[in-house]
Write a new protein. Structure first.
Lengths: 339, 614
């Protein structure tokens, strides 16, 4: 194999490492890995410029299987390590692979601070609403009342809504996809890459061992048309078989309406991914039985990145003192000579 | 009137007052003037953790001590000859330390019934004359003096009152015959935008100086001649500043970009502040959301090819522990600075202690050896920082650098190093030569150092994965193989142990064999050296070794230890180095252990040594 192929000739194989993949058979992670490996050749970037960083959890094994630079770190800290990588080397394309436990529980603090800084990182959060690697405890996205080994009488705490959290923390790109929706997953990965600033992509991922079927209403052929709201920028929010339903605003409250005699598509809310209010409203529809789950890009705006602003500050400082050296610093201040 | 001038070899003065009285600044000005004047000096700032404890309270007292001399000195002195007490609380806290026969100068304007009560005085010590049996006491209404001096200035009385520290400074300049001009120049820069404050402070300082000159209260003036220090170009340097310079120097010499990931914590924050101001050197500083992000961001930068540093104090090291283990197993270069303070927990944030040594050596899960280097003086912080960086990149390992609050804030005259004279730091990132059968081998080690190659993202053909799970040697593949794990633990330990091959022969001060070897590390160097000098002068058979590296220990230490009947280990902790020495060398060493939040005195070390001899 040649040392460095040109970007144009990459195939999926170029992003597949020689390590045996060790997730449970049937795990949703396989699909996410496959789609990522499929879409990466199309991103048009040299593969040595990609870095995958992860913490701890099933999802965090991901970097071992991508034939790029990779760093499998410690629980919850991938976002902080990735921040250091990006600040040190803005020329790299840095990806964080995390889960609902890693990114929202033990690493929650780093996740929110990454978002407010708007470093140009791509975060893929695999949300399976359970702890898999530690064998089945409830996670910060598990539904209230979840019966697990650590909550035999049901969990008590209210789950995080990851996308509302991301929006609240100042994320400039917020999207959601599903492991089984292969084409959509590829599109979302590509769109994350295209966004400059922190991209937060939540991926609904089935853990077939400890939380099987957590998203089956959204993936089963019989139900998904009623439970998934596909987001398209500039398009009205329609869903249901033959797009028979939609979301309209009643005052500032979203409601599900039937399209027909009373309401037409013109009455529906039109998605605008640059609108924070609409994004928040859509994010808040998560986990609610009366609403479909929105899937797609919720929010995407341009805002200066931390690393660009830092580079600018440093450039400005160097311009003001172009010939500065450590020796000058050493010699500065009050000095005297003893002969 | 006839006034004597007495020539002294050395003097110790202490400024003490309320946290808001500007004692650190006053001490700093006296220090800089004295440094330029040509004395050797050593300083000890001692301030409370509270930014502004209630005015007049004992808890709010802040002090700055300086010893200056015409000889080479090593400590800021045990007892001051002059105490400036700006209020009753300062007098109460510090009076007992003043050398018998010493001078106490009080700002009587603050000796009000309210302040006396806050300080716990039932009667005014200046009126009942209880102090005068032991000390020469000067009562001066400083607040009134500065108010008169600044009468015609258009300034609120509060601003004028705040110049009283400059009155005290001026008076001390007069007593010790130092020039006021450098401070006038300094004020002109400091308050360039507020000329009325320049004027007020200059007037206050002149008033203090002239008070000494014109009143007949002071019968003696003192001179301390220039010290006969080694030839060279000098500056005064504070420990944290020297450490920052050392890191910047290592970056320049290694041609690596410097990255600091840090979270503010006393007494380490000044390193973050200092490096943040040096953006024009291309230095990147990142104030992280917490201690963990401080170290992990630095580790990310290390993975990416930067010279990575994280700075903190003991509590921060506790939080960084897991990430340090990751740095150990991933074998990435990282410099971890711990400016130690009193512990455990929040402990005594602004006071000095050496109680994190065992944490530095062992405070991680698993077998996670890290080289540990310790600074011994404020100026030495430069050299250990430089050395820590050099070793980190040469051996591909995290290095723990220990200083302490005393070194961090203390200062000394310092011969300015020349960058070109420092040892080279050669860094060669991995290239195709680290490949075997067209596969990059992340753990294909350099034979002598056992360092693994450093392949940074962006290098074509060297894509690889590292991580916290045990890896197979050479290939870097995930491995749970028992033999491999044993081998890797052993290899990482060997790699750290190998660093001792870099050390010079251990320097023994004093007798090469005899009754007592004083063995120390870190910031106790000045006190130990003074004690050893004194004891040897008095005819005792004493040797003194100061350790720079505590892991690994020097190869020749064992043979030195057995040449003495006794080994004395003074430490500002309850016995940490002593545990290491006893277990490594089976030597029945004795400790001198104090945790009073301040340096051990040379006198205590002398007593302990004499006691061992019997």
């Amino acid at each position: 194999m040649p040392e460095s192929k040109t970007q144009a000739t990459y195939t999926r194989k170029d992003f597949t490492s020689d390590q045996a993949v060790r997730w449970c058979p049937g795990c949703g992670d396989y699909a996410i890995l496959a789609q990522t490996q499929k879409v990466f050749p199309d991103l048009g970037r040299k593969k040595e410029e990609f870095v995958f960083v992860s913490g701890i959890g099933c999802s965090s094994r991901f970097p071992y299987y991508m034939d790029t630079y990779g760093f499998h770190t410690i629980h919850g800290r991938a976002t902080a390590i990735a921040s250091g990588i990006k600040i040190a080397r803005p020329d790299l394309s840095v990806w964080v692979v995390t889960g609902d436990g890693d990114g929202l529980s033990i690493g929650g603090n780093h996740t929110i601070h990454l978002m407010r800084r708007n470093l140009d990182l791509n975060v893929m959060l695999f949300n399976n609403r359970i702890y898999g690697l530690t064998k089945g405890q409830y996670s910060p996205t598990s539904e209230v009342g979840k019966i697990t080994k650590s909550t035999p009488m049901g969990s008590l705490d209210i789950p995080f809504n990851p996308l509302s959290l991301a929006l609240g923390a100042g994320s400039t790109f917020v999207a959601r996809t599903i492991d089984k929706e292969t084409k959509h997953l590829q599109a979302m990965v590509a769109e994350s890459y295209g966004h400059k600033g922190t991209s937060f992509l939540e991926i609904y991922q089935n853990c077939n061992i400890f939380n099987d079927g957590a998203f089956s209403p959204l993936t089963d052929r019989d139900t998904k048309s009623d439970t998934v709201l596909w987001l398209e920028d500039g398009k009205p929010l329609v869903f249901g078989a033959e797009t028979s339903k939609g979301i309209r605003l009643d005052g500032n409250k979203p409601v599900v309406v039937e399209i027909g005699d009373k309401w037409s598509e013109d009455d529906l809310l039109v998605h605008d991914k640059s609108d924070y209010v609409i994004a928040s409203l859509l994010a808040n529809m998560t986990y609610l039985p009366e609403f479909p789950d929105p899937i797609g890009v919720f929010y995407n705006i341009q805002s200066p990145t931390y690393e660009d602003m830092l580079t600018e500050q440093i450039g400005h400082a160097i311009k003001k003192k172009p010939k500065a050296s450590v020796q000058d610093l050493l010699n500065s201040g009050d000095t005297w000579t003893i002969k | 009137m006839s006034r004597k001038t007495q020539d002294l070899q050395e003097a110790v003065i202490r400024f003490a007052g309320d946290s808001g009285d500007g004692m650190q600044l006053t001490g700093g000005r006296f220090t800089d003037t004295t440094a330029v004047f040509g004395n050797d000096l050593s300083t000890f700032p001692d301030f409370p953790a509270e930014i502004r404890a209630p005015a007049g309270s004992l808890a709010g007292v802040s002090a700055f001590q300086i010893k200056f001399s015409s000889k080479d000195i090593h400590t800021p002195g045990d007892s001051p000859n002059v105490l400036v007490a700006m209020n009753p609380a300062a007098l109460k806290v510090h009076q007992q330390d003043v050398a018998p026969g010493g001078m106490i100068i009080c700002n009587t304007s603050t000796f009000t019934p309210k302040n006396l009560k806050l300080a716990g005085y039932e009667t005014n010590p200046l009126e009942d004359k209880t102090l005068e049996d032991y000390y020469t006491v000067y009562d001066i209404e400083m607040s009134k003096m500065v108010s008169t001096a600044c009468e015609d200035l258009d300034l609120p009385s509060k601003s004028v009152e705040r110049t009283k520290n400059f009155f005290a400074l001026g008076l001390l300049f007069w007593i010790y015959d130092r020039p006021t001009q450098p401070t006038k120049d300094w004020l002109a820069i400091k308050f360039a935008k507020k000329p009325e404050l320049i004027e007020a402070n200059v007037r206050a300082m002149d008033a203090g100086y002239n008070f000494g000159e014109t009143t007949e209260i002071f019968t003696t003036r003192y001179t301390v001649s220039k010290a006969d220090l080694p030839a060279g170009k000098y500056r005064n340097v504070v420990g944290n500043y020297a450490l920052s310079l050392g890191l910047a120097a290592a970056a320049e010499k290694s041609k690596l970009e410097l990255f600091l990931g840090s979270y503010p914590i006393t007494p380490a924050s000044d390193i973050l502040h200092t490096l943040s101001a040096w953006k024009y050197l291309g230095i990147k500083t990142f104030q992280a959301e917490d201690e963990i992000a401080g170290v992990t961001s630095a580790l990310g930068a290390a993975f990416s090819g930067n010279l990575a540093v994280t700075t903190t104090s003991g509590p921060g090291i506790a939080l960084k522990g897991e990430a340090l283990g990751l740095a150990v197993i991933c074998e990435l270069p990282l410099v971890v600075v711990n400016v130690q303070r009193g512990g455990p927990s929040t402990g005594l944030p602004t006071k000095t202690e050496q109680s994190d040594l065992l944490q530095a050596l062992y405070g991680r899960n698993g077998e996670a050896p890290m080289p540990v280097i310790a600074s011994s003086t404020p100026g030495d912080c430069f050299y250990v920082a430089y050395e820590a960086c050099r070793i980190a990149v040469k051996y591909m390992t995290p290095v723990m650098l220990l200083t302490d609050g005393y070194l961090a804030n203390g200062s000394e005259p310092w011969i300015i190093p020349k960058l070109k004279d420092l040892p080279d730091i050669k860094v060669k990132f991995a290239d195709k030569s680290s490949k075997v059968d067209d596969q990059y081998m992340p753990y294909l080690r350099e034979k002598k150092t056992l360092a693994r190659p450093w392949a940074i993202p962006g290098t074509a053909g060297l894509e690889h994965r590292i991580g916290g799970i045990e890896k197979e040697d050479v290939t870097g593949d995930v491995s749970y193989d028992p033999e491999n794990h044993h081998h890797m633990v052993e290899t990482r330990a060997k790699k750290v142990a190998n660093i001792s091959s870099e050390f010079d022969k251990t320097e023994v001060f004093g007798k090469k064999s005899g009754d007592v070897l004083i063995l120390a590390w870190g910031g106790t160097r000045g006190a130990c050296l003074s004690a050893a000098e004194r004891l040897i002068k008095d005819g005792y058979k004493i040797g003194y070794v100061h350790l720079r590296w505590i892991n690994p220990l020097p190869d020749d230490l064992g043979e030195i230890l057995i040449k003495y009947k006794n080994v004395l280990i003074p430490e500002i902790n309850f016995g940490q180095l002593i545990k290491v020495i006893r277990s490594e060398y089976l030597v029945d060493a004795k400790g001198l252990n104090q945790v009073y939040g301040k340096p051990i005195t040379s006198a205590d070390i002398q007593d302990a040594a004499k006691k061992l001899i019997g």
